[in-house]
Design a protein around this ligand. Structure first.
Ligand code: MLT
Length: 406
């Protein structure tokens, strides 16, 4: 008798953004002419940088000829891209990361979801609340989350509430944890940690033999000083932290797919017999077994974001969305909303009107204003009473949405 992984029937039947897409499609079917503005999922609206497109065309041409054709590449990524990442994202900022500590992938979603493969189900997992749903859902799938209650709070997860009362800064857990998910600039709240606030977590991890999963997918949107772009800016982090990066939000690769994970060779965890094992070795084994590498053409496109032209074009994309975020922040404030985030991140976290739940307000905005947001409750219990606005839309749609809400 074939048996399923029962954890899959404990999790909500649909992934958050699939549920939202379903509701939006229902609304669209019932109102085919509705002028819908999408500020829900963080999907970019501007095209890829020219430098990346040119690189893809050139790489595609290479694939046409036997002497330049490439078949299977290294699962970890081509040296040209790993070296460019090291030089531009780390060495240029005085951070010492080596090319064999970079694992190129099809995006940070896959990597943050798959990383659990190399950890025991017995680990105690801490997750900021609210958080990107992939962290909770994949721990639940892997059997590390225990049982959910009716509010979808899992018995074995340690939630780290991030709310107005603590200024969205997670406090250290009162019980010992082994794996810690941190995403900064934060999805969904758009808030940040300072170096000192992040150092608290690195120190905790070192003192408790814990590992930090640092999701830095939104680092390119940081505008303020004293906000770390990488966890490796914190002393000692190369011993306790893995970092996830993405070209999706930075360079418009949401559909093209490319990201990478940094697994420093010094990061160790323990086998059941107490032996120390390098996570770099394990992740390499996992990655080369379950993944055959990001396509050559896409890796060339990613490499091109580090060329002088590519850098200029990426900067322009980031500035465009940052300006959208400012328009949203100011528009919502003017309309009387209480808002957070949006200064170092493409997301603005807005309080729903008093007495209205996240999903209720999401439905109201969809049906009455034709604006798609993301309900805060979809990111966890502490997200209840909020909705998230994404700044990745067109300028016209962003301005129009603020008009509708004023
Ligand atoms: C989001 O809207 O939270 C992100 O776009 C989702 C993702 O990156 O997968």
């Amino acid at each position: 008798m074939a048996q399923i992984n029962d954890n899959f029937i404990k999790i909500p039947a649909t992934y958050l953004f699939s549920e939202i897409a379903k509701r939006v499609n229902q609304h669209k079917e019932a109102n085919p002419d509705a002028p819908i503005i999408r500020m829900g999922i963080g999907d970019v609206s501007l095209p890829l940088p020219d430098a990346s497109v040119d690189a893809m065309i050139k790489a595609a041409e290479e694939q046409r000829h036997a002497d330049t054709f490439r078949g299977y590449g290294p699962e970890q990524g081509y040296a040209f891209l790993r070296d460019a990442i090291v030089a531009n994202d780390f060495a240029a900022k005085g951070l010492s990361i080596e090319a064999d500590e970079i694992f190129v992938s099809d995006g940070a979603k896959s990597d943050t979801g798959n990383i659990g493969d190399i950890f025991s189900v017995n680990n105690r997992v801490a997750i900021t609340d609210p958080s990107y749903p992939v962290y909770v859902d994949t721990n639940a799938m892997g059997g590390r989350a225990g049982e959910p209650n009716e509010q979808n709070v899992w018995s074995n997860l340690v939630y780290l509430p991030c709310n107005v009362a603590n200024n969205f800064v997670p406090q250290l857990p009162t019980e010992k944890v082994d794996l810690i998910y941190l995403c900064y600039p934060n999805n969904p709240t758009g808030t940040t940690l300072t170096h000192a606030q992040l150092k608290v977590w690195v120190d905790y991890a070192k003192a408790n033999n814990a590992i930090i999963f640092f999701d830095a997918a939104y680092e390119a949107f940081i505008t303020e000083e004293n906000v770390p772009h990488s966890i490796y800016e914190i002393e000692g982090a190369t011993e306790v932290a893995l970092e996830f990066r993405s070209f999706s939000k930075t360079a418009g690769f949401t559909g093209t797919r490319c990201g990478y994970t940094v697994v420093p060779k010094a990061v160790m965890a323990f086998a059941e017999n107490g032996e120390k094992v390098a996570l770099n070795k394990l992740w390499n084994r996992r990655h080369s077994t379950k993944f055959n590498g990001t396509s050559y053409v896409v890796q060339r496109a990613a490499e091109a974001t580090f060329s002088p032209e590519g850098k200029k074009q990426v900067k322009a994309l980031i500035e465009f969305y940052t300006e959208n975020a400012r328009i949203i922040r100011e528009g919502l404030e003017k309309a009387g909303y209480t808002i957070y985030g949006g200064k170092n991140a493409p997301y603005v976290w807005a309080k729903a009107p008093e007495g209205m739940g996240s999903w209720e307000y999401f439905d109201y905005l969809l049906k009455e204003k034709n604006i798609v947001t993301t309900p805060g409750a979809g990111f966890g219990l502490s997200g209840e009473g909020f909705v998230r606005f994404s700044a990745f839309g067109s300028r016209e749609a962003t301005i129009e949405a603020m008009k509708r809400l004023s």
